[in-house]
Structure formats: C-alpha cells, structure tokens
Write a protein that binds this ligand. Structure first.
Ligand code: UD1
Ligand code: MG
Length: 424
C-alpha cells in the first residue's frame, strides 16, 4: 500500500468519544470489528496511509477499551461530556497549538473511506490554499445530515444541521460527511468563536465554516463519488452493511486484477491479501489476513484459509480444507477435508482427503514439514513436530509419529484381520 506525503505538515484528529448506544453492546462501538479489525483501528490505519504525521484520538466513553486497541499508535485527548463535535476537537487543542499545516477530522465509526479519496481532499486543500475543505456527498435522501449551503457562484457558505435547517435548506441534497481538512491555525481561531446557540445546544464543528467565510477565508469541497465510503456504524445492521461494502470493494479489486470469483456474495477476502492471475475462487471461501496466493490456483468451495499462508502457483485448496500458517509449494493439491497448521509442504504433492496435522499438544504449536512429490494417503494424522521427506508415500489411515525419510513409505496402522462371522 502506498503512503503519501505533502509539502505541509498533516495531522489527524479522530473522534472516538461516542457512546454507541444503538449497538446494544457491553463493548465500545469502536472496538467492534470488520474483517477481524476494530473500527477505530481501521480509521487510524487510514490516517496513517494518507500520511498523517501525528494522530490524536479524542476518547471518552469506554476509553480503556479504545486505548487497549490503539495503544501508543496515537496520542489521546479526553472528552468527558459529549457537548458537540466542535467541543470534541477543542479537547485536542494542546496538540494543535503552535503548529502550522493541515488537520484532518475523521471518526472512529466511519472506517471505510478510501485512502485515495482522503488524499485527494488533502491535496486539493493544499493546492487551492483553502482553510477548510469539506468532503461532501449528494444523497437522494439527505435526512439526518448537515446540508451544504452554497451561494449562486457555487461557493460554500455554511453547513446547516438538519435540526436547525428551514424547509428550503432541508431540500438540499448535498450533505456534510463530517470529514474535513482544515488549516490548523485558522481552525483554532474559528473554534474559539463557536457557541452552543442552536436547537441541540451543542458546540458544532460545522459552525467553523460560516465563521471562516465571515472572515473572508477561502473554503472548498470535494464531492465523494462513491457514497458508500462515508457510511458510518451506529448499529449492528450498519456494521453488516459496511462489512458487505468492504467485501464487494475488495473482491472487485481482485477481479480487476485477474482473479475469478464465482460468487462475490459468499467470498470473504480480508484486507491485504494477494492473489495471482487466473486463480479461481469458488463459493463460500474465507481468506484471512496476510495470505498470498499464486497464479492459476483453485480455491474452494468451502475453503478456509487463515492467517499467514503462502500458496505457490497451480495449487488446489479444495472443499472443507482449513489451513493456517502454511506454505504450499507449486502444483500441490489439497483437494478436500483437511486441516493443516504450522506446516511447510513442498511442490507437486497430493495431500489426501482427511489429512490432519496434529500441530497442538495443548500447550505448544509444532511444525510439520513435508518435502516435494509427497503422496499422503487418505485419513492420515501427522503428529507434529514431524518431518516427511521428498517422494514419500504415507499409507492411508496412518498415524505418523516419527519422521519419514525421503523415498520411503510410511505406514502406521493396525493390520486387518478378517474373522469368521458368529453364527446366530
Ligand atoms: C455530524 C455533523 C453533520 C454531518 C454528520 C455526518 C456536526 C455538528 N454535524 O452530525 O453535519 O452531516 O455528522 O455523519 O458536526 N462526537 C464526539 N463528541 C461529541 C459529539 C460527537 O466524539 O461531543 C462524535 C460522535 O461519537 C460521532 C461523531 O462525533 O462519532 C458525530 O457526532 P454526531 O453527534 O453523531 O453528529 P451528527 O449529528 O451525526
Ligand atoms: Mg451521527
């Protein structure tokens, strides 16, 4: 993933003090996850990707949980009472004072903005010398959002909150995403002038737009093309919706890069997965973080590829196969019903149906190593730590507890006896 840099200092404030009542959760909304990653961590990573040199999280409600997730990857400001978005930013005042440059405002519960979009916002703000640049969107149904007020020339004049808006203002379809790029010094000055004289009795961050306009400071906006980017999470349905949006976006990117996905609806590919061209992903497949899959592979249906796997070209990982922390060499087939963990498998092997690496002794995980051209028969247990050499054959039904040298056949099972049937 590329990182950006600018000719100006860029920092980010992340609002992370909210209650999240509608999640009906004992956990902070911000630590709920999309694809295994807490919402607020996603926002922090976004801020990092767009080149923030400093990130401040404004925390409040259940702050320990948010801080447990973010650790020292950010600095903290505290908001004990939720008196409004302007008030929240003011809690980070000490980090802004004395600095020149840009500050981006993001939200711990608005986690799927594309880095490119945010980069575009920052670049435009710097290039056009705007003191505030807003990320806006056009919604057919703008209910609930702050509306963007422009003059006849199209210049932005103010943001009016829905609850404070008159009938005509409510008809405006351009809405405020709540994401901005501000000039640090002018934001501080404008915030001093914000009051809570409005329907909600809150200190609105949005008021700084009008204040800047009155000072004759240039402001502008970037209209987001893909409205789904600025979606936030307030309840569990929205959590599911954002997961779906991200899923479709990630899958679409892989398809653009030459991967065939038979059913995007049932294919869950986590962030930062690499897949080579002409690989086919069959339905009901889950591929987790830090997985690399080569060209021309066949994955699924019903495959579960967990963290830290490296799969070479022309590999098959078939139905009901779960692998974790596994390296698979070129041309190897794991066609069905296997669990492989902490393993390294060479090239051109055939891992028979029902092969299991017994990698966990209840305390520690152990490694299984299998050489090239292995033929592992059906229903084999490989009790790790264990080394299986090249060109090895393991007889079906074996429980292998000792290393098998290259070129040998390993067999470890009871001999069959056929007895006479008892006469009734
Ligand atoms: C805000 C914007 C609105 C915009 C909308 C986009 C203001 C006044 N209005 O409205 O123009 O269309 O977002 O979603 O900014 N928060 C705090 N501390 C506070 C208040 C809020 O941390 O004191 C956090 C909330 O947890 C939430 C975010 O800031 O994550 C937005 O606050 P919220 O009160 O939901 O603002 P909206 O009314 O949605
Ligand atoms: Mg809101």
């Amino acid at each position: 993933m590329e990182f950006y840099d600018y000719e100006e200092y860029v920092m980010t404030i992340i609002m992370a003090a909210g209650k999240g009542t509608r999640m009906k959760s004992k956990k902070s909304k911000l630590v709920h996850e999309i694809y295994g990653k807490p919402l607020v961590r996603r926002t922090v990573e976004l801020a990092e990707k767009v080149g923030s040199q400093e990130i401040i999280a404004v925390v409040g409600h259940l702050r320990e949980q948010v801080q447990a997730v973010l650790g020292d990857s950010v600095k903290y400001a505290y908001q004990d009472e939720l008196l409004g978005t302007g008030h929240a930013v003011m809690q980070a005042r000490k980090y802004l004072e004395g600095k020149k440059g840009k500050v981006i405002i993001l939200y711990g519960d608005v986690p799927i903005i594309r880095p490119e979009t945010l980069h575009n916002l920052i670049s435009k703000s710097i290039k056009n010398k705007e003191y505030a640049t807003l990320l806006t969107a056009k919604y057919e149904n703008p209910t609930g959002y702050g509306r963007i007020i422009r003059d006849e020339g199209g210049n932005i004049k103010a943001i009016v909150e829905e609850k404070d808006a008159d009938e005509n203002q409510r008809k405006i379809k351009e809405i405020n995403s709540g994401i901005y790029c501000f000039d640090i010094e002018e934001l501080l000055k404008a915030l001093e002038k914000v009051n809570n004289n409005n329907v909600q009795g809150e200190y609105y961050l949005t008021d700084v737009i009008k204040i800047m306009n009155e000072e004759g400071l240039k402001t502008g906006a970037v209209i987001v093309e893909d409205n789904t980017e600025i979606l936030g999470v307030n309840d569990r349905s929205q959590l599911e919706l954002l997961t779906r949006v991200l899923r479709m976006r990630i899958n679409a990117e892989h398809m653009r890069n030459g991967v065939t996905i038979e059913d995007s609806n049932s294919t869950y590919i986590y962030d930062d997965v690499e897949i080579g061209v002409d690989t086919i992903i069959h339905p009901n497949t889950i591929i987790k973080n830090n997985v690399k899959i080569g060209d021309n592979c066949e994955i699924g249906p019903n495959a579960y590829i967990r963290e830290n796997c490296e799969i070479a070209n022309d590999v098959k990982v078939g139905s009901f196969v779960e692998i974790k922390n596994v390296k698979v060499g070129e041309g190897t087939k794991i066609p069905h019903l296997s669990y492989l963990g902490d393993s390294e498998i060479g090239s051109n092997g055939n891992i028979g149906c029902g092969t299991i690496t017994c990698n966990y002794d209840g305390v520690n995980k152990h490694k299984t190593s299998i050489g090239n051209n292995a033929f592992i028969g059906s229903n084999v247990n490989l009790v790790a730590p264990i080394n299986i050499g090249d060109d090895v054959l393991i007889a079906a039904g074996s429980t292998i507890t000792e290393d098998v040298p290259s070129g040998k056949m390993g067999i470890a099972r009871e001999r069959q006896i056929n007895k006479d049937k008892k006469n009734k």
